[in-house]
Every structure is written in C-alpha cells, then in structure tokens.
Design a protein around this ligand. Structure first.
Ligand SMILES: [Zn+2]
Length: 113
C-alpha cells in the first residue's frame, strides 16, 4: 500500500508544470529521492526533517529565495533589489557564481571535507 502511495506521490511531483525541464533529462530519480529523504525517518515526520527536505527540493528545482524569485513574486516590494555582495541581478545561477561569494563557498566546501 505504501509503495502505491509513493508512486502516486512521485508522479504527482513529476508532472508538476515547474518540473517540465526535468522530464526531458535522464535523471536517476531513485537516487535523487534517496538523497532527499536521507535525513527522514520512515515511520515519523518531524518539522526539522520536513524543513531539510524542503530546502533540498528547492535547491534541486532551482527555487531558492533569490532576489529574482522575490521580484517575480512581489515586484512592488523587491523591484530594485540586487545581490547584496556585488549589486548585480541575483539569479539562481548568480548564487553560485558571484565573485564575492565564491571564496566563501570554497571555504565552506574545504571545511566540510
Ligand atoms: Zn553577487
């Protein structure tokens, strides 16, 4: 029974309009969901586990809270906001390529190895 629910949940997620670009790619969905669910218990659900899972999914589908995303959602509030480090337009790609952020990301990656 749980397997059928999981399969239904997967296809509901897979067929969301926001995932159209991923349906074209050869993605190992089993490994992807193993990664997303790695911190979750199979018998209970906690707010902490849901929060971690939510962040992993937002990272996966490139929907982290960037200024570009906020400008799309609330244009009247965020119309002129830019990257706080360099004043360029903050897109999802910019989060990982901003010349002011790369040294910090590199430091985090080296520290976590
Ligand atoms: Zn920047």
């Amino acid at each position: 029974m749980k397997s059928l629910t999981s399969i239904d949940g997967f296809f509901e997620f897979f067929n969301l309009r926001r995932n159209a670009k991923y349906r074209q790619l050869n993605i190992d969905w089993i490994s992807t969901f193993k990664y997303i669910n790695a911190d979750s218990s199979t018998t209970t659900t906690s707010f902490k586990a849901l929060n971690i899972k939510s962040k992993k999914v937002k990272l996966l589908i490139e929907e982290l809270l960037t200024m570009e995303y906020l400008q799309h959602c609330k244009p009247s509030l965020y119309q002129f906001w830019t990257c706080l480090s360099c004043d360029e337009i903050e897109t999802f790609h910019h989060l990982w390529s901003c010349t002011h952020i790369i040294p910090k990301l590199t430091e985090i990656m080296e520290f976590s190895q």
